[in-house]
Ligand binder design. Structure first.
Ligand SMILES: [Ca+2]
Length: 51
């Protein structure tokens, strides 16, 4: 799993993105986007892999 932080949606708060991959079946990899509400609370926005 990889984790990175940046303001991905441009609202001024630092968000988190976690990438989870499967070495044997790459199509099962997933990307999780945690949106910061500005108060330090993160809401999960899940993005399925599409390719
Ligand atoms: Ca943000």
């Amino acid at each position: 799993m990889d984790l990175t932080s940046a303001d991905f949606d441009g609202d001024g708060d630092v968000d988190l993105v976690a990438g989870v991959y499967n070495l044997y079946e790459y199509r099962k990899g997933r990307l999780y986007f945690f949106e910061n509400d500005g108060k330090g609370n993160f809401s999960l926005r899940r993005y399925p892999s599409t390719k």
